[in-house]
Design a protein around this ligand. Structure first.
Ligand SMILES: Cc1cc2nc3c(=O)[nH]c(=O)nc-3n(C[C@H](O)[C@H](O)[C@H](O)COP(=O)(O)OP(=O)(O)OC[C@H]3O[C@@H](n4cnc5c(N)ncnc54)[C@H](O)[C@@H]3O)c2cc1C
Length: 284
């Protein structure tokens, strides 16, 4: 078991991992890619670079620095986090355990942009199978997604009903599933008081509930599953960057505020100092 798992290799995650490793903790950093900075070619407002800096190069250097200092870095996609005796972090390649976890996964992306989406959110549209699946037992369920995150949700929903259709919303299906699959683009969600239909470019499909599991799970998705509080798509943390879940910390864009590299790196350092104290208090 690791002392700390840092999820995210951007400025917040890498900065935290560097501070944690230098405090002589056992740190695993998990990142799926280069994050927000991957396609940002001109950074001119970050301190100490005479020439304009490429975002991907900046992230690469941060990760190289973390590795040089001894941080174990794995390129994996985190699909779920559970918290029983310790934190169990499930990825597309396996499972890792730690005493504390830092969410540094960047900003939550906007969701499905179709008519009716906002209106029926919470009225049949759900973002968490483990939270709401039971409500729809033996009902007709749609899951929207095309990747490993969708499979993860599908696995949970199968415990509640056999009537599940996967909607990829025009994207290629990247995982194998046993359920029927609809790859048409979704144009509208219809209903009365609650969700009743998914409308696509080619037809209408009756459903009792829709579970959203598009792309990669964000900090918000993890928060929902583990019971961490959020506000306006931001994870809520205290002065020590800890969420309301003991041992679960968050830093960088996923907690809101100034969405800039310098603030994300600073958050990471602050969170690391508090996490170091937290982990050491468990060892006593
Ligand atoms: C177009 C654009 C230009 C910008 N230009 C500037 C600029 O010039 N100067 C500036 O200061 N700021 C700029 N920003 C803002 C800056 O990019 C962010 O504030 C900063 O990157 C936030 O750092 P972070 O570590 O919180 O998140 P990110 O940098 O987004 O890093 C998130 C990390 O989490 C990982 N991750 C996410 N989900 C998962 C998962 N499920 N499993 C595993 N890993 C996961 C990602 O792979 C990534 O490593 C720009 C942003 C944009 C969009």
């Amino acid at each position: 078991m690791h002392d700390v798992i840092v999820i995210g290799g951007g400025p917040a995650g890498a900065s935290a991992a560097i501070y944690l490793q230098r405090s002589k903790l056992d740190v695993l950093l998990i990142m799926k890619d280069y994050g927000t900075l991957e396609k940002t070619q001109h950074i001119d407002n970050y301190w100490a670079f005479e020439d304009t800096m490429d975002g991907k190069e900046l992230v690469e250097q941060g990760i190289a620095q973390a590795k040089r200092l001894g941080v174990l870095v794995k390129q994996e996609e985190v699909l779920n986090i559970e918290n029983f005796n310790d934190f169990s972090v499930k990825t597309n390649k396996g499972e890792h355990h730690a005493k504390a976890v830092l969410l540094a996964t960047g900003q939550t992306k906007p969701n499905l942009r179709v008519k009716g989406f906002r209106e029926y959110t919470g009225k049949g549209i759900s973002f968490c199978a483990i939270c709401d699946g039971f409500i729809y037992r033996n009902k007709k369920i749609a899951v929207i997604g095309n990747r490993a995150f969708m499979s993860e949700e599908l696995e949970t929903l199968q415990n509640f009903t056999d009537d599940i259709t996967v909607f990829t919303n025009g994207l290629d299906l990247e995982v194998e599933v046993d359920q029927p699959v609809n790859t048409e683009k979704i144009t509208e969600i219809k209903g009365n008081d609650v969700v009743e239909k998914i409308v696509t470019e080619n037809g209408e499909y009756k459903v009792d509930a829709i579970f959203i599991a598009m792309g990669t799970p964000s900090a918000n998705d993890f928060a929902l599953r583990i019971g961490a509080f959020t506000k306006n798509n931001n994870i809520l943390v205290d002065d020590n960057f800890m969420t309301n879940v003991d041992g679960l910390f968050a830093a960088g864009d996923c907690i809101g505020g100034l969405l800039q590299i310098v603030k994300a790196a600073s958050d990471g350092a602050h969170a690391a100092i508090a996490m170091n104290k937290y982990v050491r208090s468990l060892k006593k």
